[in-house]
Design a protein around this ligand. Structure first.
Ligand code: PMP
Length: 395
C-alpha cells in the first residue's frame, strides 16, 4: 500500500488512546461479569419517542433527499433565536451552520481558524478527542496545563505565555467542562476573552453541555465585549436532548466565517439529513422544561454523590457545577488515576476513567460519568470510597 499521509497516521500521536480501562470493562461484560460502568458520557435513556416520531414523519413525508448544505432555514432560524434570547448577542441564520454533531463542528471551527502548522491552544484536562481533532485540522496542538487546586480553571497568565511562545492562532475552551464538571466563572471567561483579544486569537468555545448547569450560570464568551467577531461557538443536540446518535450540532460565528465554513461543508459532509434536522427542530420547540427533564438525573446524581463523598476524607471532589461528570482527586491513595481505575475494576467490577486519559493535569484523579441509575451509582461510589480508604490504610 502507498504510504499513508503524515496527518492521518499521526492523529493519535502514537500514544495510548486513554480508553484501556473502558475496553477492559467491556471485555469483562462480554465474558458475563457484571460491571458498573461509570465511563462513557452518554445518557442512560434513549432519544424521546416524540422526537423519533417527528423524525419518522419527516422521512416518510419525503425529506430524504439532499438537504440545504448550511442547514434547513427553520432550524438555523430557531438556533439563531435561541442564542439571541439566551445570550443577548444579535444572531441571524447567517451566523449559524448546522453540522453532523459537535465533533464535526470542533474540527470545522479549527479548519476555519488555522492554516497548516499553526498552533492551536487547548486546556488540559480536556475532552479526549481534542488533540487529535486539532491535528486533523492540520494544527499543532499545545496544551495549557491547569491545577487541581484551582478546580482546573485556566489562568490568564498561562494562556498569554503559551500564546506568545507559540504565536498561537486559536484557543479551545469547554464550559461546562468535560471531564471536570467545572463551569467557568464570569471572571475566568473575561480573562480568557482578554487574552484572546491581546494575542489576536480565535476563541473556539465548546458549549455542548450548556443545558447542564447545577450551580451558578453559563456565560457564553461570545457575549463578552468585542468577542462576537473572534468566537466560534460549538453547540449540539447530543447532550441537551439525548440525541447523541442523531449527529446534529452547529457552529455559531461571524457571517464571513460561516460563509467559508459552508464551503467546507459543501466539500466534506454535504450537510445533515433533512429528517434529522426536522427532528432537531421539533426537539428545540419542546422548550426548557424538556431540557431540564433530560438534565435532571445528572443534577440529582451529582447531589447524591456529593452527599456520599462528604462522609469521608480520602477521596476529594473537584468543585463542579455542571455537566454529567464528577472529577475525584484520589492522590491520597498514592496511586495514579490509571492504577486506581484498574485496581477498582479488578477488585469491585466498577469502571471509571483515569484522569490521565484527559491529560497530565488530571493525573492522580478519576472521572465518574453519572450515567447509571441512582441506586447503582450510590452503591458504586460508596464501594469506591471504602476501597480508596483501604488503600491508604495499607500505606
Ligand atoms: N465536546 C465535548 C466536551 C464532549 O464531551 C462531546 C461528546 N462527548 C462533544 C464535544 C461531541 O459531541 P457530539 O459530537 O455528540 O455533539
Amino acid at each position: 500500500m502507498p504510504q499513508l499521509s503524515t496527518r492521518i497516521s499521526t492523529l493519535n500521536a502514537g500514544g495510548s488512546d486513554g480508553w484501556g480501562v473502558f475496553y477492559r470493562a467491556r471485555k469483562m461484560i462480554a465474558q458475563g461479569i457484571p460491571v458498573t460502568e461509570l465511563t462513557i458520557g452518554e445518557h442512560d435513556i434513549r432519544t424521546e419517542h416524540s422526537i423519533l416520531e417527528a423524525m419518522a414523519a419527516s422521512a416518510k413525508g419525503g425529506h430524504t433527499g439532499y438537504a440545504m448544505v448550511p442547514g434547513i432555514q427553520p432550524l438555523r432560524e430557531a438556533i439563531a433565536q435561541r442564542v439571541t434570547d439566551r445570550t443577548g448577542v444579535p444572531t441571524t441564520p447567517d451566523n449559524v451552520l448546522i453540522t453532523p454533531g459537535g465533533q464535526s463542528a470542533l474540527f470545522s471551527a479549527h479548519i476555519a481558524a488555522l492554516s497548516p502548522g499553526d498552533t492551536a491552544l487547548y486546556i488540559d484536562p480536556y475532552y479526549a478527542t481534542y488533540p487529535g481533532t486539532l491535528r486533523a485540522a492540520s494544527g499543532t496542538p499545545v496544551a495549557i496545563p491547569t491545577r487541581s487546586k484551582d478546580a482546573f480553571l485556566p489562568q490568564k497568565s498561562d494562556i498569554t505565555a503559551a500564546a506568545k511562545a507559540h504565536s498561537a492562532k486559536s484557543l479551545l475552551i469547554n464550559s461546562p467542562n468535560n471531564p471536570t464538571g467545572t463551569v467557568y466563572p464570569d471572571q475566568t471567561l473575561q480573562d480568557i476573552a482578554q487574552a484572546c483579544i491581546e494575542n489576536d486569537l480565535w476563541l473556539i468555545s465548546d458549549e455542548v453541555y450548556d443545558t447542564q448547569i447545577w450551580e451558578g450560570h453559563h456565560l457564553s464568551p461570545r457575549a463578552l465585549p468585542d468577542m462576537a467577531d473572534r468566537t466560534l461557538v460549538v453547540g449540539s443536540m447530543s447532550k441537551s436532548h439525548a440525541m447523541t446518535g442523531s449527529r446534529v450540532g452547529w457552529i455559531l460565528g461571524p457571517e464571513r466565517a460561516i460563509s467559508c465554513l459552508i464551503d467546507l461543508a459543501t466539500t466534506t459532509t454535504y450537510g445533515v439529513p433533512g429528517y434529522i434536522q426536522d427532528a432537531a427542530l421539533f426537539a428545540l420547540t419542546q422548550g426548557p422544561d424538556f431540557e431540564e427533564k433530560i438534565a435532571a438525573p445528572f443534577r440529582r446524581r451529582r447531589a447524591l454523590s456529593l452527599e456520599i463523598l462528604e462522609k469521608q476524607t480520602t477521596v476529594k471532589a473537584i468543585p463542579s457545577s455542571g455537566a454529567m461528570y464528577l472529577m475525584l482527586d484520589i492522590r491520597a491513595t498514592g496511586l495514579s488515576g490509571e492504577a486506581f481505575a484498574n485496581a477498582l475494576l479488578d477488585a469491585h467490577h466498577i469502571a471509571v476513567m483515569p484522569g490521565e486519559s484527559f491529560g497530565q493535569s488530571a493525573a492522580g484523579h478519576i472521572r465518574l460519568a453519572l450515567t447509571v441509575d441512582d441506586d447503582r451509582l450510590s452503591a458504586a461510589l460508596t464501594t469506591l470510597c471504602s476501597f480508596a480508604k483501604g488503600l491508604t490504610d495499607d500505606t
